[in-house]
Each structure stands twice: as C-alpha cells, then as structure tokens.
Write a new protein. Structure first.
Length: 95
C-alpha cells in the first residue's frame, strides 16, 4: 500500500498552498497544468517547500487540517524545519 504525503507549496504569487497526494510530483504537475485545485489555477508554477510522508490517508488529512490552521508565518517555519513538521505530524497522529 502506497503512503500519502502532505505538501506545502509556494505559488508564483507567493501565496502558500497545502495539500495531500500519493504522488506529489504528479499532483504539482496537475496544479501547474490547471487541473489541480481551483485555488492554484493561474497561480503557477508551484514550488514545493516541504513534504511529509503519512502512513494513512486519515493521518494525511489530519496533518493537512493542522497545517492549514496555522498562520502564514507558522506555515513558513514548519516548511523550513523538517523537525517541526515531524512534531506536528506526531501530534496529529496521536489524536
């Protein structure tokens, strides 16, 4: 069974987008081609800032929600620090 991944991406207009996918590269390509989320259409190309492997779809969804609840500044800190992203993932998995 393939794992799920959370990703944090920066759009060309400097906004941040958080999502989950089994294949992050393919998902980013879909966003860049205008076939991804409505939010990212016209905001490409996207640049992946961080990824985190999650063992289950549920874990990925919980982590996505937790990251989306962060402020922009907090998202940038988490994206820059794999250790902080891992700590947040661990907290989400415990829920």
């Amino acid at each position: 069974m393939r794992a799920w991944y959370l990703y944090i991406a920066r759009c060309a207009d400097k906004t941040l987008y958080v999502g989950i996918a089994r294949d992050v590269a393919a998902r980013i390509a879909a966003h860049d081609a205008g076939r991804g989320a409505r939010y990212t259409r016209g905001r490409g190309p996207l640049r992946v800032l961080a990824t985190r492997r999650c063992p289950t779809h549920g874990d990925a969804l919980r982590l996505e929600l937790a990251v989306k609840d962060l402020t922009r500044a907090e998202k940038l800190v988490v994206a820059a620090s794999p250790r902080k992203l891992a700590k947040l993932a661990k907290a989400c998995a415990a829920r």
